[in-house]
Design a protein around this ligand. Structure first.
Ligand SMILES: [Zn+2]
Length: 445
């Protein structure tokens, strides 16, 4: 084909081991991905795509895995400010401590600074999208846009006056204005987030659901994280969390429930029936001693699952590779069965199933023509990654976040050769360090 006949594209990633995570789990040796206008336009053998496209930028992925970006479906990023402040506490005391410490530093500006560094941390670890639940969602959205990170977020509902000073009855109108202002934003996925059934009374849960329905947004809440939560909600609201949500007619394919640790077999069947998503957060559940979710049973029952790190104050990092490895290992140990939770299913949980959880299954989560270009490169030329026999085994049991060399989000290279291209990472670190210095002036935990 002549030069003139070649199609112009923005970016060609070539010579990689391409793990598509598509329906057939296609893997291409010496494969290439062509990207134009934020979308993947073609995938195929490098020599084919080289002959078809003339690229503005070429990334040589020789010796690297090229795969969809990881999707973190449950976190609270501004809590990086509190990372490691209070370990070894049960959830309820830990939450009290976090509220006290947050009260000293949380305002809109500091949330934006903290979120910016958290998005940098996630980009560095190969995540391209997260669902982020925190106060000041407008600040989260701004930081995501600055760093070039894709974010599901939106209005938070809590049962009392929040850290942002808003009373429950002020949240609906502000939430509506916020979601209206985000319509058409390429990096934002609208999500309404009532904290939990223990914190938020049923009438406010219904207000949150109505707001989500009005904007065709997702609804995410914490559910069944600890045994104590189940007891508390039953006592307070007359039914355990899942039954309560069912009575309110809330669970749907647009519902995302974080944790789901202490579900009964009947509740698992009900979640499978309603197609609600459960986000497995193994690191946080273990660290807070909350318990171990029945992941193999949920898989067996057909519950839609995704993976999350939870906030960096409870799991202490935002590393989905850790979460993937733990999700693969944990249930084998408890069930004494090495065939459970296969590596390939864990990779899908962190990619295409995470995308589907966010209602973005047709646009994200796999490398396919027509999808948005959220792509990462994992450098295999490292001492701990040689040799390679099974790419999924490597991704779950051997790869770590420092192996991520390039990250592309919405067609834009946001990490190039391990350097963040969008914001000043050093300045961001210094700012968060300064803000964190304000905590601990007095004993809070
Ligand atoms: Zn959480």
């Amino acid at each position: 084909m002549s030069e003139e006949a070649m199609e112009r594209i923005d970016l060609l990633i070539e010579h990689g081991l391409v793990v598509t995570c598509d329906r057939d789990d296609r893997v291409l040796d010496d494969g290439a991905v062509a990207i134009r206008d934020a979308k993947i336009v073609a995938i195929g053998p490098t020599h084919d795509l080289r002959g078809r496209f003339e690229a503005g930028e070429v990334i040589d992925a020789r010796g690297a895995i090229v795969m969809p970006g990881l999707i973190n479906v449950h976190t609270h990023t501004p809590m990086i400010l509190l990372r490691g402040l209070a370990d070894d506490l049960p959830l309820e005391s830990w939450l009290r401590c976090m509220r006290e410490a947050s009260g000293q530093v949380i305002d809109e500006e500091n949330v934006a600074y903290a979120a910016e560094l958290a998005y940098v941390e996630m980009i560095r670890s190969g995540a391209t999208t997260a669902l982020d639940m925190y106060f000041y969602p407008e600040a989260l959205a701004r930081s995501a846009q600055r760093t070039g990170f894709r974010l599901a977020t939106g209005p938070v509902f809590v049962g009392s006056i929040g850290l942002d000073g808003l009373a429950p009855d002020q949240r609906l109108e502000r939430g509506r204005a916020l979601l209206r202002s985000w319509q058409g934003s390429p990096l934002l996925i609208p999500c309404v987030m009532p904290h939990s059934t223990y914190d938020v009374p049923p009438d406010i849960l219904l207000v949150a659901q109505a707001l989500a329905d009005e904007f065709d947004a997702l609804l995410s809440t914490h559910a069944v994280e600890t045994r104590n939560e189940v007891k508390t909600v039953t006592k307070l609201r007359g039914a355990p969390p899942i039954e309560l949500l069912g009575r309110l007619n809330m669970p749907s394919p647009r519902t995302i429930l974080a944790h789901g640790v202490h579900l009964t077999p009947e509740e698992i069947a009900e979640l499978a029936r309603t197609r609600a998503v459960v986000v497995h957060c193994p690191m946080s559940n273990l660290k807070l001693g909350s318990g171990i979710a029945a992941v193999p049973e949920m898989m067996q029952a057909g519950v839609r699952l995704a993976l999350g790190t939870d906030g960096p104050a409870s799991s202490n990092d935002l590393d989905l590779w850790h979460a993937m490895r733990m999700a693969a290992l944990l249930h084998r140990g408890t069930h004494e069965d090495p065939a459970l939770t296969p590596a390939r299913s864990i990779v899908r949980m962190a990619t295409c199933e995470g995308a589907a959880a966010l209602g973005m299954g047709d646009r994200l989560g796999s490398l396919e023509p027509g999808k948005l270009a959220d792509v990462i490169l994992v450098d295999l030329r490292r001492s701990h990654l040689v040799p390679i026999f099974d790419v999924y085994s490597h991704l779950v049991y051997a790869v770590g976040r420092d192996d991520v060399s390039h990250v592309v989000i919405n067609g834009r290279v946001v990490l190039r050769d391990r350097c963040i291209t969008t914001v000043d990472e050093r300045a961001s670190i210094a700012t968060v360090q300064r803000i964190a210095g304000l905590i601990g002036a007095r004993q809070v935990c």
